[in-house]
Ligand binder design. Structure first.
Ligand SMILES: Cc1cc2nc3c(=O)[nH]c(=O)nc-3n(C[C@H](O)[C@H](O)[C@H](O)COP(=O)(O)O)c2cc1C
Length: 550
C-alpha cells in the first residue's frame, strides 16, 4: 500500500512541554494562576468548556499553575487539562499537522512504523523516587497533583492521561494502553483494564502473568509527546508495538529508556513515569469513577498495582484528561484516531467503493455505538451494504447503529440525518437488524448477553428534485447584505443553499433565469401557448408532453 502524502508541516512535537509552548504561541492555552482545588474545582472548571455551549474552536488547553488539595496541600507541579485534545485543532497540533491531515498521518504511521531508539540518559529519570521515599508523608503518589475527575461520585483522585506499558511474557512485545488508575495509597494504585472483547491489551498480558504465577510489571507514563500518547487509546492489534506507530506518527524514532525497577521501556522524554508490579493473584475493589460511556462505573474488583519507583523530569507538568460524558477530551482523542482507523479499513482492507468518510457520533453517545458512513453517488447498493457490515464488525464494541448517508449530508447535523431518513429511505428495503452482537462499552445495568446491530441505508438512491432554497449565488449575495446591515452574526448550517439532486430539466433553468431577470412574462406567454385540455390537475408536463425524465 502506498502511504498517503502528508503535506509539509513543522513536524510533530517530540515532548509535551514543546507541544504546550506551540499551543500557547497559537493562543490555544488558558493559564489559571489563582489557587484551584484539584479535588473539587479543577475538572469542573474545565468541564464547562464542554457543557457551556462553547463552539469546539473556543476550547483551550488549561494550565493550572497554583494547584492546591482538599487538605490545603500545595503542589509545585502545574496541571494541564485539555492539552492533548480539548479540540480537534489541539489534537492535530500534537501531530504537527492541520485537522484535515489527521487521517492521512494515521494511515501512514500504521503502514510504516518507525522503530524506537534506546538512550541511557533520560529527562524522565532526572528525579528518581524509590523505597521509603515513596511511602513517606507527602511522598510517592501523594506528591503528584492528581485531580478528582467527577467530584461527588469518584472514590479517589485518578490518573487519566496514562500510557500503561506492559509486556507480553511470551514474545517480549510491549503494549501501551490508556487506562484509568485510582490512587489507593502513596505507593498503590487501582488499575482498570477492560476484560471485554476488544478490551485492554494489557489485560491479555495480565492473564499470561497470572498463568506464570508472577506479578505483572507495569510502567504508567504520565505526559509525553502527544503522538506517543495518541497511540494509547488507539485500537491497534495487540502484537503491534505502539512505540513504532508513535514513531510513524511523529515521522521520527521515539527516544526510549529502560525503567529503573521493572523490565520495561518507556518514552525517554516523558514528564513522569510510575513503575510497579500488578498483583495477579488478588484483585482490589476500585471505583466508582465517571466513565467515558457517560455513566458512573460502579465499584468493581480490579487490578492492584504496587508502586516500585516514580521517576520524573526536574520540572515536569502533570497531564490530565477530561473524560466522562461526551463530548470530552477523551472522545476527541478517540474520534480522531478511530475515524482514521475505520476509514482506512473500509478503503484499503475492504476496498469499499465510494466510501468517503466515517463519522462517529459524539454528543452523549460516546462515539462507539452510532456510526455514519458517507458515500459518493458512484457507490452501488451492494458496496454501501458491504461498507456498513465492515464498519459494524471491525470492533465488537463499535457500530451498534450504522447509517449510510450521501455526500451532501453532514452527519454531525442530526437534522440532516433525519432528513435523509425521512425522504431517502424506505424502511421495508433499506433497514436490517442483524442479531448476535456482543454488548459493547456501556453501563452494566440491564445488560443483555447479546443485542442487535441496526444497519440503515439512507443514501440518495434516485435522482430527486433540487433542494428548495435559493441557489448559492443568491444566498451569498444576501449574506453580504446581512453583514453590511450588521444583523446578528450568522453561523450557516448546511444545507444553506439550494442544489441539484439530479432530477431537473434545462428549460426550468431557463425559466428561473428569466424570472430573476424580470422576464417571467415571456415564460408565461410560452406556457399559455402550451395549454391542453383533458388532463387532471397535477399531471406532470414531462409526462403529458412526452418529454420524459432527463
Ligand atoms: C481518557 C481515557 C481513559 C480510558 N480508560 C480506560 C480504562 O480505564 N480501561 C480500559 O481498558 N480502557 C480505557 N480506555 C480505552 C483504551 O485506551 C482503548 O481501548 C485502547 O485501545 C486500549 O489500548 P490497547 O488496545 O493497547 O489495550 C481509555 C481511553 C481514554 C482516552
Amino acid at each position: 500500500m502506498t502511504s498517503p502524502k502528508v503535506p509539509d508541516a513543522p513536524g510533530a512535537p517530540t515532548d509535551f512541554q514543546e507541544h504546550l509552548a506551540r499551543l500557547e504561541a497559537r493562543g490555544l492555552v488558558t493559564r489559571i494562576t489563582r489557587p484551584i482545588n484539584k479535588d473539587t474545582e479543577l475538572h469542573p472548571l474545565m468541564r464547562w468548556q464542554f457543557q457551556g455551549g462553547l463552539h469546539e474552536s473556543e476550547r483551550r488547553a488549561f494550565v493550572f499553575t497554583n494547584v492546591v488539595g482538599a487538605r490545603g496541600e500545595r503542589y509545585d507541579i502545574p496541571v494541564v487539562v485539555g492539552g492533548l485534545a480539548a479540540s480537534t485543532e489541539i489534537y492535530a497540533a500534537g501531530l504537527g499537522v492541520g485537522v484535515a491531515d489527521i487521517g492521512a498521518v494515521w494511515t501512514r504511521a500504521m503502514a510504516a512504523p518507525i522503530a524506537p531508539v534506546m538512550v541511557t540518559e533520560a529527562p524522565c529519570q532526572e528525579v528518581v523516587q524509590l523505597g521509603e521515599a515513596l511511602t513517606a508523608e507527602g511522598g510517592g503518589l501523594a506528591g503528584l497533583p492528581v485531580p478528582i475527575s467527577t467530584p461527588g461520585f469518584d472514590a479517589a483522585p485518578y490518573l487519566t492521561a496514562t500510557l500503561c506499558v506492559t509486556k507480553d511474557p511470551d514474545n517480549g512485545i510491549q503494549n501501551m494502553g490508556t487506562y484509568r488508575a485510582g490512587l489507593k495509597a502513596n505507593d498503590r494504585l487501582g488499575v482498570r483494564m477492560a476484560t471485554r472483547l476488544s478490551g485492554a491489551g494489557g489485560y491479555q498480558h495480565w492473564l499470561k502473568y497470572q498463568k506464570l504465577g508472577q506479578p505483572m510489571p507495569c510502567a504508567i507514563v504520565l505526559g509525553c509527546a502527544p503522538a506517543v500518547l495518541f497511540t494509547g487509546p488507539q485500537k491497534l492489534p495487540i502484537d503491534v508495538d505502539e512505540m513504532g506507530v508513535a514513531g510513524g506518527l511523529m515521522g521520527q524514532a521515539v527516544r526510549t529508556v529502560r525503567c529503573k525497577t521493572v523490565d520495561l521501556v518507556v518514552p525517554a522524554d516523558a514528564e513522569i513515569v510510575i513503575e510497579g508490579l500488578i498483583d495477579t493473584e488478588l484483585l482490589e475493589p476500585e471505583g466508582p469513577f465517571g466513565e467515558s460511556h457517560g455513566h458512573i462505573a460502579l465499584e468493581d474488583f480490579n487490578l492492584s498495582m504496587r508502586v516500585t519507583a516514580i521517576t520524573r523530569k526536574r520540572q515536569p507538568v502533570f497531564v490530565s484528561i477530561v473524560s466522562q460524558v461526551t463530548p470530552s477530551e477523551s472522545s476527541v482523542l478517540k474520534k480522531s484516531a478511530y475515524e482514521a482507523l475505520f476509514l482506512d479499513h473500509l478503503q484499503h482492507a475492504l476496498g469499499v467503493r465510494g466510501i468517503q468518510r466515517v463519522e462517529m457520533h459524539e454528543p452523549l453517545t460516546n462515539l462507539r455505538p452510532v456510526l455514519f458512513l458517507q458515500f459518493d453517488r458512484s457507490a452501488p447498493k451492494t458496496e454501501i451494504w458491504r461498507g456498513m457490515q465492515g464498519a459494524a464488525t471491525l470492533q465488537s464494541q463499535c457500530g451498534k447503529v450504522v447509517i449510510a448517508v450521501s455526500e451532501d449530508i453532514n452527519p454531525q447535523n442530526a437534522d440532516a440525518v433525519f432528513w435523509s431518513l425521512a425522504y431517502r429511505c424506505n424502511f421495508l428495503d433499506d433497514l436490517l437488524v442483524v442479531p448476535n452482537r456482543a454488548g459493547g462499552h456501556g453501563p452494566k445495568s440491564g445488560r443483555v448477553p447479546t443485542e442487535g446491530t441496526l444497519l440503515i441505508d439512507a443514501t440518495l438512491k434516485l435522482d430527486m428534485p433540487p433542494l428548495a432554497l435559493p441557489t448559492e449565488p443568491y444566498m451569498r449575495g444576501a449574506m453580504a447584505i446581512w453583514n453590511e446591515l450588521k444583523l446578528p452574526r450568522l453561523s450557516p448550517q448546511a444545507p444553506w443553499h439550494g442544489y441539484s439532486l439530479g432530477d431537473w430539466a434545462p428549460e426550468w433553468t431557463a425559466y428561473a433565469e428569466a424570472a430573476v431577470a424580470g422576464d417571467w412574462r415571456d415564460t408565461g406567454e410560452a406556457s399559455y401557448a402550451r395549454r391542453r385540455g383533458g388532463l387532471r390537475p397535477e399531471t406532470p408536463t414531462r409526462e403529458a408532453e412526452g418529454r420524459g425524465k432527463k
